[in-house]
Design a protein around this ligand. Structure first.
Ligand code: HEM
Length: 469
């Protein structure tokens, strides 16, 4: 079946009466009973790529006994950003579980339409790159203190968990001015359980009854209450910083419809839910990609050394790191966090000649082009120079969507890019690192979200800047 790469990137018709019924959408062959569950669980990115190649831009998969429609490829990424795509898709079903768990009415990624626009507007500034403005030196300090806690020379360091701790500390500093050190482990445990059970639904609900989870959740609530009380007091005193939490608390005072009391805890602690696993997985994968190639490692180290030789760091300094930012972009291309975005159809619509029926559950495989040689020559090669002009391979239509597409695309993208570049730069500035063996091949996991396996460990060979320890 031809894909839209060979045809114009627009649905042939939007008239359902002229389109083929959903019953004719090809079902991907699978094994009896389990359907495609195992293949998809093992490597969802490779699975969707195979299906796209074999079945085209629309197909059905059977996972955990349920059939879902998949729209995939560059055309699906472009569709997400069209007026029709925006109107046709909603995300509530996939996110309401988290809101319910917190006793909240909603969570931003489960709200659509006008209300969603208002919530994004409220939080846009606080989640942006500018949120770090004037705090780059603090960010370096916090990153160093996270490093001091776990990165011991001569040891083997499990990377994903070490970076998870680092991200919690960095986010805490940006949101509240200090790392929530007493809460780090609870935040990490509670968030990972929530992602596993309620967001990606790869673990049973019984895990929410586990006393360890309940304790961790209660502690996250406690942190949320403290953040709310602190920021309310600072607002009263006129000393509240210009940041996300202040914006949320102020909205709660001024506009209870948009930010009711019962949504506060989830909203102020939400950045940990959104940022923890995503950024940690990507940074860990990036470290692997860099270490796999000694030449790239040397280039990253040289760039990091130049960065920290500057007297004071600013936004532009972080933006202008072609090798480090290229490495982060390669990590997001090759190990995308959101292999597919999950949506439901608001009404019958036509996609590539098929009727997608109202209320059907959809995967939107926007990451499929990441692995296509039509866009990325030698797609499996970690090539940090792809993103520089004149190559700029990611700028081809629909080719690159690590932060998703459409109305729910990552609101924290700017912040995430700063945290990731800073973490990579600092770690490679400070240490000589190595993979377990030069021929080591990264093992991956899929729960709660895709990324390097938890037992991926690097060797810390030595401090390059002992004075900084
Ligand atoms: C490597 C890092 C990250 C990646 C790859 C990533 C990816 C994504 C993706 C794919 C979505 C869209 C999900 C969907 O459409 O269903 C999303 C949404 C979101 N992300 Fe990120 N994210 C990252 C880091 C962060 C960070 C650090 C924050 C904030 C601290 C953040 C905040 C958000 C928020 C608030 C949304 C919801 C936006 C909305 O629904 O309007 N993300 N992210």
């Amino acid at each position: 079946m031809a894909t839209l790469l060979e045809r114009p990137m627009a649905p042939e018709t939007s008239d359902p009466s002229l389109a083929r019924p959903a019953s004719e959408i090809p079902l991907v062959s699978g094994v009896p009973f389990l359907g495609n569950t195992l293949e998809m669980a093992k490597d969802p990115a490779a699975f969707f790529l195979r299906c796209y190649r074999e079945y085209g831009s629309v197909f059905k998969v059977k996972v955990f006994g349920r059939e879902s429609i998949v729209i995939a490829g560059p055309e699906s990424a472009l569709f997400m950003t069209t007026r029709e795509g925006r109107d046709a898709l909603r995300s509530k079903e996939y996110n309401q579980g988290v809101a319910d768990e917190y006793g909240a009415t909603e969570v931003i990624n489960g709200v659509d339409g006008e209300r969603h626009v208002r919530l994004r507007t409220l939080m846009r500034q606080g989640f942006s790159r500018e949120a770090v403005h004037g705090q780059y030196d603090d960010l370096v300090r916090i990153t160093d203190s996270a490093i001091a806690r776990r990165w011991q020379v001569g040891s083997r360091l499990p990377v994903v968990s070490a970076i998870q701790y680092m991200i919690v500390e960095q986010l805490g500093m940006i949101l509240t001015g200090q790392a929530p050190l007493d809460y780090v482990e609870d935040i990490r445990f509670a968030i990972l359980t929530i992602l596993n059970v309620l967001v990606t639904r790869q673990r049973p609900k019984i895990m929410l009854k586990d006393p360890r989870y309940k304790r961790a959740r209660a502690r996250v609530d406690e942190l949320g209450h403290r953040m709310i009380a602190d920021f309310q007091r600072m607002l009263d005193e006129g000393t509240a910083p210009d940041n996300l939490i202040t914006d949320i608390i102020r909205a709660n005072r001024d506009d209870k419809d948009l930010m009711p009391d019962r949504n506060l805890i989830l909203t102020v602690t939400g950045p940990y839910v959104a940022g923890l696993d995503t950024a940690a997985n990507t940074i860990a994968a990036c470290i692997y990609g860099i270490l796999k190639d000694p030449e790239i490692t040397a280039r990253v180290q040289a760039e990091a050394d130049d960065l920290f030789a500057k007297e004071a760091l600013g936004e532009e300094d972080i933006r202008k790191l072609p090798v480090i930012n290229g490495a982060v972009m390669e990590a997001m291309r090759l190990w995308p966090i959101a292999v597919a975005q999950m949506r439901a159809a608001n009404f019958d619509f036509v996609y590539d000649g098929y009727v997608i029926p109202k209320d059907s559950m959809l995967y939107v495989g926007t990451s499929v082009p990441h692995f296509m040689e039509e866009f990325y020559p030698h797609p499996m090669r970690f090539d940090v120079d792809r993103y520089q002009r004149p190559r700029a391979e990611h700028l081809q239509k629909g080719a690159y969507s690590p932060f998703g597409r459409g109305p729910h695309s990552c609101l924290g993208q700017g912040l995430a890019e700063v945290l990731m570049a800073m973490s990579i730069a600092r770690v490679f500035h400070r240490f000589d690192l190595a993979l377990p063996t030069p021929d080591y091949v990264l093992k991956t996991k899929t729960a709660p979200s895709p990324g390097p396996a938890m037992d991926f460990a690097i060797r810390i060979l030595g401090e390059r800047r002992p004075g900084l320890a």
